[in-house]
Design a binder for this molecule. Structure first.
Ligand code: AMP
Length: 116
């Protein structure tokens, strides 16, 4: 089990130590635009709880946190009008998955037909 890094950039956002322009917030999650967008729409949704990655989340989070987080992802997509044309969800996990920030996050990519 990896130790959660309390000083990762998303942890700092959640603590209010660095500013974040939230486009969505509820009891379980916040969402904001990715600082280096890789699609016309590139949003990140993160849980409020301290979870390193998808494996950590599914192992330790409560059913309430897990369902709340995934519902939040769906609400963000809906709020941004994405379901009609579609979108892609990405959860990079760990070193080989290319994860850079060690706080669980879902990328929402949309706004054009995305290449595989
Ligand atoms: P990953 O490679 O899956 O860990 O993705 C981390 C994402 O976080 C990258 O797409 C970064 O562009 C994004 N990111 C890093 N710092 C910030 C920040 N301060 N605000 C918004 N997005 C960020």
């Amino acid at each position: 089990m990896k130790t959660y890094d309390e000083n990762n950039v998303f942890a700092k956002m959640l603590k209010g130590d660095i500013p974040v322009n939230k486009i969505y917030e509820d009891d379980h999650a916040i969402a904001f635009a990715d600082i280096h967008p890789k699609a016309p729409v590139h949003l990140l949704v993160i849980p409020k709880g301290a979870y390193t990655d998808f494996s950590d989340f599914t192992a330790r989070a409560s059913n309430d946190e897990i369902s709340g987080f995934f519902k939040a992802v769906g609400k963000v997509a809906e709020q941004q009008g994405l379901p009609e044309n579609g979108y892609r969800l990405v959860m990079n996990t760990g070193r080989d998955g290319g994860q850079e920030v060690p706080h669980l996050h879902v990328h929402i990519l949309a706004g054009k037909k995305l290449p595989m």
